[in-house]
Design a protein around this ligand. Sequence first.
Ligand SMILES: CC(C)(COP(=O)(O)OP(=O)(O)OC[C@H]1O[C@@H](n2cnc3c(N)ncnc32)[C@H](O)[C@@H]1OP(=O)(O)O)[C@@H](O)C(=O)NCCC(=O)NCCS
Length: 160
Amino acid sequence: MNDATLIELSAEETYDLRRRVLRVGTPSTAVQWQGDSLDTTTHLGVSGTDTIVAISTWLKSQSPDLDRPHAGVQLRGMATDPAARGHGYGSMLLLAGIDRARRSGAHHVWANARTATLDFYIAHGFKVTSSELENAETAIPHRRILMYLRPPTDTNLLEL
Ligand SMILES: CC(C)(COP(=O)(O)OP(=O)(O)OC[C@H]1O[C@@H](n2cnc3c(N)ncnc32)[C@H](O)[C@@H]1OP(=O)(O)O)[C@@H](O)C(=O)NCCC(=O)NCCS
């Protein structure tokens, strides 16, 4: 992790890793996603010596699991280059994005997490908020996850 630097990316700079990691064998191979170009969307990456080794996208969006309106941030498109996994880049992005969301005044961060990676998110403090779902773009089982950044007030998820 010596030469790793956290950087802001353009949407276009996420496309290569999205294509190679997140849209392999999926019904949709589109790497340009809704909300990518909004002013309220941030793409965070980790740059290695000369390449982008990890990507993530953070959108202004409320979790569908909360029963009252709150300022939420949705994490999408988290991926680390297969050759660079296990070096802490995913954690680095997750912690940086959560920190930014907290400093922006957001109430929570949520995501549709691939079931196969749930433990990664749970280890970083996320809670599972849905049963298993499959989305049309990937046909991969997901579960929604959520992390409160402020004390919870929603009656439906108070136990988290
Ligand atoms: C999930 C992913 C982004 C993690 O990236 P990474 O850079 O390897 O993560 P880190 O090196 O920061 O790993 C942090 C910890 O999480 C663990 N971890 C990483 N991937 C994991 C996974 N898929 N399941 C469970 N634990 C995982 C690591 O073992 C490590 O644990 P440790 O701190 O005890 O050693 C990466 O595996 C990936 O790109 N997967 C394929 C795409 C994907 O599924 N993205 C998520 C979509 S919801």
